[in-house]
Design a protein around this ligand. Structure first.
Ligand SMILES: CSCCC(=O)C(=O)COP(=O)(O)O
Ligand SMILES: [Mg+2]
Length: 239
């Protein structure tokens, strides 16, 4: 008896990408970006206290942690790698200095740009969802070792949408962008984020980077590179 023909998967129209551990090495974020921000933040709070952006974030820290000195609270959040909006906003302001002076330049995993360029050329909509502030996302992709690649992305979503481990955050992104859940593929290294995205109806794939020691889960398709994900989901791949 002839077997049923297996139809290829419908490719996603939109790919939503995490940053750390998915497009940019965990080591770059933890060994370069985070220490840089930690070293700049004391001076930023001291010398730019009147800057409206700094002032707004300091007020938000006071709301979240009444009575705690802002720098002490930021250091506590950094020690625990907490994804808290005022910390992420201030880190973004700190990194801006580093990119401006040429002290920082972002390293992407080598497979990332070729895949993203292929997908974008085929009309796939690309967007970013990271705990890093949207401003920090534009900075990191604006200052890579391979130049400014922000033009590849149509949207930058951050904690204003909600935390990455909460399903409603993905629903918020869908509503804001006007996408339907089934047409979006979310790529991340973190299973809890993929679980939340799947709960909201998005398609998911875990990017497991051996160089960063990411551990593969059992509940989402797994790929070691963006090309690997492309093969699984019917996106364009290298010839
Ligand atoms: C904008 S790059 C720095 C990312 C960041 O601050 C972070 O905490 C990592 O978050 P992600 O959601 O990309 O894993
Ligand atoms: Mg990540």
């Amino acid at each position: 008896m002839p077997s049923d023909p297996v139809s290829p998967p419908t490719p996603p129209r939109v790919v939503l990408l995490d940053i750390e551990g998915t497009t940019i090495p965990v080591s770059f974020v933890h060994d370069v970006l985070f220490p840089y921000a930690r070293s700049v933040l004391p001076g930023l709070l001291r010398d730019h206290a009147d800057d409206p952006q700094v002032r707004a974030q300091v007020a938000e820290i006071a709301r979240l942690a009444p009575g705690v000195p802002p720098l002490a609270q930021l250091e506590a959040w950094m020690d625990r790698d907490e994804k808290v909006a005022p910390l992420k906003a201030l880190q973004g302001i700190a990194w801006a200095q580093g990119y401006r002076t040429g002290q920082l330049s972002a390293r992407l995993y080598p497979d990332v740009l070729p895949a993203l360029r292929r997908w974008a050329a085929a009309g796939v909509v690309l967007a970013v969802y990271s705990s890093g502030s949207a401003a920090a996302q534009e900075l990191i992709y604006g200052h890579t070792d391979e130049g400014d690649v922000t033009g590849l992305f149509c949207g930058f979503y951050d904690l204003a949408m909600g935390g990455k481990r909460v399903a409603s955050s993905y629903a918020n992104i869908l509503a804001k962008a006007g996408w339907t859940a089934g047409e979006v593929l979310f790529l991340s290294d973190v299973v809890a984020e993929l679980d939340a995205a799947a709960q909201a109806g998005l398609r998911t794939c875990q990017i497991v980077r051996p160089e960063d020691g990411t551990v593969a889960g059992t509940t989402h398709p797994v790929a070691a590179t963006l090309d690997g994900a492309a093969r699984m989901f019917g996106l364009p791949v290298a010839a």
